[in-house]
Structure formats: C-alpha cells, structure tokens
Design a binder for this molecule. Structure first.
Ligand code: AMP
Length: 194
C-alpha cells in the first residue's frame, strides 16, 4: 500500500495522513514534519531548510529528495507508506518514480484533498493562533498558496492521467473527511484493484 495525500496548505493533509495511515497500518511520512524536526534540533539540514520554510518557499529538490529516499529506505516503509507533502514538484515525482520502479512499481493511490482558497486561508490563520507555526503568518500563507498552485497543483493532472487519483471534499468535520477518504479508497481506486 503506497499512497500520497495531496492538497493545498490548510486542507488538513497532516491530520488526515496520520488517521489514514493508522487505518492501513503503514507509516505516515510528512516531509514538513521531518523538516520542522530538523529545524528544532538545529541540524545542518534544518539550518538550510529554515530559511526557505520561513519564506513560504519550497526547500530545493536535491535536499528534499535525499531526505525522502533515506526515509523510504527504512524498514518500516517496506510494507507501504502514506506520503504527506511529497512529491510537491514534477522533479520530485520523477525521483519518486525512479525509487519505486526499483522495487515494485508506482503509487497505488493518490488522494487529492479539495478545499476552496478562502476556507484554507481561514484555517491557516486559526492554526497560526493555536500552534504559532512560524510559516503561518498572513503574508507567508499567501505565498505558500501561490507556490502550491504553481508548482504542486499540476501534479494532480499527472496522477489523474495515471489512473490513481481520487478527489475528496476536505470541508467538514475531521471524522467526516476521514470517512470520505477511506470510502473513496476502498470503494474506488483500491477496491477496483481487489
Ligand atoms: P507542510 O508541513 O507540508 O506544509 O510543509 C511545510 C514547509 O516545508 C513547506 O512550506 C516547505 O517549505 C517545506 N516542504 C515540505 N515538503 C516539501 C517538499 N516536498 N518539497 C519542498 N519543500 C517542502
């Protein structure tokens, strides 16, 4: 079971990734969380990543790809994984393709969380108050949404063309959205594959 959750900042990816991964008994791998852990530990990677993150820009592909390949090589990812926040660029898609081809093929399912821009901005501003994330200020939020539209949204079409995409309405209670994702997976893309 190899899955990816894709959607704009504020669509609830992180929350849903943990729940869906738990349901399938696979690790949720969040590049944002890995970067934040490195920043708070002050590692060399964290020092490099922080500047990009604080500006709402993407960390360069070479740094990000190395980190993910290393994580996917760990034993707990052997039976499957749920990626949250990677790939985010076309170059990252190709890196992941190469990595997965070396084993057993591509992703089984890509779940797109769909949410209107106004709604995600409101959610992010609320999270800024609740969690105080350094990249949740209004300017940086706008920048992150812009970067998502430009660089990451086009990946939805790539995965749709490969026949592995399911789109789920991300507006609603957390439980409701989780139920929608699991229903879409078992009734759709994964169900069809037995
Ligand atoms: P997230 O928690 O997924 O919203 O990620 C927070 C920040 O980490 C992003 O705004 C980027 O600066 C960085 N980041 C996370 N994943 C990636 C990725 N796949 N490629 C580049 N930068 C990333």
């Amino acid at each position: 079971m190899r899955m990816l959750l894709i959607g704009p900042p504020g669509s609830g990816k992180g929350t849903q990734a943990v729940r869906v991964a738990q349901h399938y008994g696979i690790p949720a791998i969040s590049t944002g969380d890995i970067f934040r852990a490195n920043v708070s530990e002050g590692t060399p990677l964290g020092l490099q990543a922080k500047d990009y993150m604080d500006r709402g820009a993407y960390v360069p592909d070479d740094l990000t790809n190395a980190l993910v390949l290393d994580r996917l090589a760990q034993t707990d990812a052997g039976a499957g994984f749920l990626l949250d926040g990677f790939p985010r660029t076309l170059a990252q898609v190709f890196t992941l393709d190469d990595c997965l081809e070396a084993t057993e093929g591509g992703l089984d399912a890509v779940v797109q969380l769909v949410a209107e821009q106004d709604e995600v901005v409101q959610r992010l501003l609320k999270r800024a108050k609740d969690q105080g994330r350094s990249d949740d200020t209004e300017d940086v939020i706008r920048k992150r949404l812009e970067v998502y539209q430009e660089q990451t949204h086009p990946l939805v079409a790539v995965y749709a063309q490969r026949g592995v995409l399911v789109s789920v309405d991300a507006i609603g209670e957390v439980d409701e959205v989780s139920d929608r994702i699991l229903a879409a997976l078992s009734g759709g893309i994964l169900g069809a594959r037995g």
